[in-house]
Design a protein around this ligand. Structure first.
Ligand code: NCD
Length: 302
């Protein structure tokens, strides 16, 4: 079964094909669906809060003229709450539809995807991975900057617990000469997988106080909020004292982009939302719909 559980399943070739398809979908989006899946059902099975990921998947499925069964609180209102295992849950869900989109705080749920007889897409497994978010982030970078190599990318925020960072860093590593900057400098990586991608010459660790010295060189500045729900809040202080503000806009390159998987807390001041480089509220979100149409279509056509 062709699940999408990790970005490790993607290479440059697969990404290029997916992006080509996404571009066609994007061009035709306002005209209505090119593809019809009237009898296909997507089950969105979410056990953690979500606004963009769940709604964009559901919007994407509606664009394909498919149908959606939606569970937004599986921890409380599915039989997981009664002690049912992920194994039994996936065996059951796969009797009701053609595709499952699943998010849960238990990182290990992806190990049970094999018990589903229909494809499962990982929409977040704890702090580990969020493959479709990083694909939409990468698509956004490609579209806005015209390339996926020779980039200087700065990640700022709770990089230890951010699954969007974990997934995107792996994808950026597939391309040549990308320089990665991370702040705060003292962040430790949670798993060996990520250490492998980061412990190399292309990584520069920056203290929060030094961020301003580097901003002018960056092509992409990527923020992530503090994942308060994932750890004891001891080091929240050290993470939370940088905010991107209006004064920083003068330093940034004209052709750079500011991304955020959202939701935003205090990392980015609302004062910069109208700047043309701040593309998290419209372009990045819209790209999330297009890429998910392409992904759903790929899995339903198999
Ligand atoms: C992120 C997530 O859920 O990992 N949001 C998203 O899916 N767009 C980021 C976050 O929760 O901080």
């Amino acid at each position: 079964m062709n699940h999408i559980l990790s970005v490790n399943q993607f290479d440059q070739d697969r990404i290029e094909k997916l992006f080509n398809k996404t571009t066609i979908i994007e061009r035709n989006f306002h005209k209505g669906s090119l593809f019809l899946y009237p009898n296909r059902i997507m089950i969105s099975f979410f056990g953690e809060p979500s606004t963009r990921t769940r709604f964009s998947f559901e919007r994407a499925m509606y664009w394909l003229n498919g149908k959606v069964i939606s569970e937004s609180n599986s921890n409380l209102s599915s039989s997981l709450k009664k002690g049912e295992s992920f194994k039994d849950t996936f065996k059951t869900l796969s009797q009701y539809g053609d595709l499952i989109v699943c998010r849960h705080n238990d990182e290990k749920w992806i190990d049970y995807a094999e018990y589903s007889s229909i494809p499962i897409i990982n929409a977040g497994n704890g702090s580990q991975e969020h493959p479709t978010q990083s694909l939409l982030d990468l698509y956004t970078i490609k579209k806005e900057l015209g390339r996926l190599n020779n980039l200087k990318v700065m990640f700022i925020g709770d990089l230890k617990y951010s699954r969007t960072f974990n997934s995107l860093i792996k994808l950026l590593n597939l391309y040549e000469n990308n320089e990665i900057y991370t702040a705060p400098a003292e962040i430790t990586w949670r798993n060996d997988d990520i250490k492998y991608y980061l412990d190399n010459d292309n990584l520069t660790r920056i203290n929060l106080k030094e961020i301003e010295n580097y901003l002018s060189e960056m092509d992409v500045i990527y923020f992530t909020r503090i994942q308060k729900e994932r750890f004891d809040s001891n080091n929240i202080e050290s993470l939370s004292n940088f905010q991107l503000m209006k004064k920083h806009l003068e330093i940034l390159k004209e052709h750079s982009i500011i991304l955020h998987a959202l939701p935003r807390n205090d990392e980015i001041s609302e004062g910069i939302d109208d700047d043309k480089r701040a593309i998290y509220h419209e372009k990045q979100i819209k790209n999330g719909i297009y890429i998910r149409v392409a992904i759903i279509q790929e899995l339903l056509d198999e």
